[in-house]
Design a protein around this ligand. Structure first.
Ligand SMILES: [Zn+2]
Length: 364
């Protein structure tokens, strides 16, 4: 709680004295956003078993009142559209879907040309998906079904216990409609209080993958979740040479093609023909790549060898074990691992002598 006490004092001071509780639209939005920031900051310092749904009621009354005062302003109030966008961002930061909807409604009346900057939300048990740039509610609900299926697949295959870098917070996916996809989806680590994936799409009519121009969006989503769970080495030295997220991504694409391929929302996702563990296995065998940590091919061979030796559920259990100890590196709360730590985690969760021997052979 150490850092948050300082922040809490600053925010509580503002909230209690009304020092900056001005009357402008911007002031009102700021007081609301500060209230949300306060709740998130206190939670992040000591998450305990609190989940995001419990946090909504902790927003200070003064901040909540400020939102009401913002929503009550006349349409021609200076800076209202900008202030509503700030308020909507804050609602998203705490999964306050009702407040987000009310802000959106107000923005649609005041500045209809800016409402797609705020977009639409779909909130589910473990994640919130936000569509910006003109994606419809139906598109987003379908996307959420796909994301739910992917997370359920990860549960079955790896059993990762905590998805968010801040325990208890829901994952975020920001799906952005763009004229042309110029960069793949990516895990955006900069957000302070939640883990978020940035996900550009160019076709608002349906979520298909691969796209006609060869973008593997479905694999990309599975891949980014690998980054969300684990980064490797540190900021300068990517110890896995970017193989880990590829490994978890192709494992999931392959698993879901077999286990969920017939679901209606999964049928348009056909990446398994080009992205699967089986294809990587063939490449590794053909090239005779030995497991190592020296380059991407070596790490991929290493992860495949571990997958075959102890199984992905043990790899997931090892990550969970390391998370429970919470001693490894965190940068902006994002979890970073080393292969030595993975070895220790695997040795802790593998009970049989045979498995321990296999782990040592690959990671010592
Ligand atoms: Zn990646």
């Amino acid at each position: 709680m150490r850092c948050s006490i300082v922040l809490a004092c600053v925010v509580v001071g503002v909230l209690a004295t009304g020092a900056s509780a001005g009357t402008s639209a911007a002031d009102r939005a700021k007081l609301w956003a500060d209230g949300v920031e306060f709740v998130n900051a206190v939670h992040a310092e000591d998450p305990g078993k609190t989940v995001e749904a419990d946090l909504a009621q902790k927003v200070p009354a003064r901040a909540r009142k400020s939102l009401e005062r913002l929503l009550d302003l006349d349409d021609d109030e200076e800076g209202l559209a900008d202030a509503l966008l700030v308020a909507g961002e804050a609602a998203w930061d705490l999964d306050l879907a009702d407040d987000f909807g009310r802000v959106r409604e107000r923005l649609a009346a005041v500045a209809p040309d800016r409402v797609e900057e705020l977009g639409v939300l779909v909130s589910r048990d473990r994640f919130v998906v936000r569509g910006v740039g003109g994606l419809g509610a139906e598109y987003l609900a379908n996307f959420a079904d796909v994301f739910d299926t992917i997370l359920t697949g990860y549960d079955k295959v790896f059993g990762f216990a905590e998805w968010s870098k801040v325990p208890g917070k829901k994952l975020r996916v920001r799906v952005r409609l763009v004229p042309k996809i110029t960069r793949p989806p990516h895990f955006a680590p900069q957000f302070k209080y939640h883990s978020e994936i940035d996900f550009p799409v160019a076709d608002a009519s349906a979520f298909n993958s691969p796209t006609p121009d060869g973008k593997f969006l479905f694999y990309g989503l599975c891949h980014e979740l690998g980054h969300v769970i684990a980064m490797w080495g540190n900021r300068q030295d990517q110890a896995d040479h970017h193989a880990w997220a590829h490994y978890t991504g192709v494992v999931l694409v392959e698993h879901l093609a077999k286990s969920a391929g017939k679901k209606k929302h999964m049928k348009p996702l056909r990446d398994v023909k080009w992205r699967s563990l089986e294809l990587d296995r063939k490449t590794i065998e053909k090239d005779g790549t030995e497991p190592s940590t020296k380059d991407r091919a070596g790490v991929m061979a290493l992860l495949l060898a571990l997958h075959d030796a102890v199984g992905p559920e043990k790899i997931g259990a090892a990550i969970n074990h390391l998370d429970a100890e919470d001693k490894r590196l965190r940068i902006n709360r994002v979890r970073y691992y080393t292969f030595a730590e993975l070895r220790d985690g695997l040795l802790a969760v593998c009970k049989s002598k045979r498995d321990k021997k296999r782990v040592r052979a690959l990671l010592d």
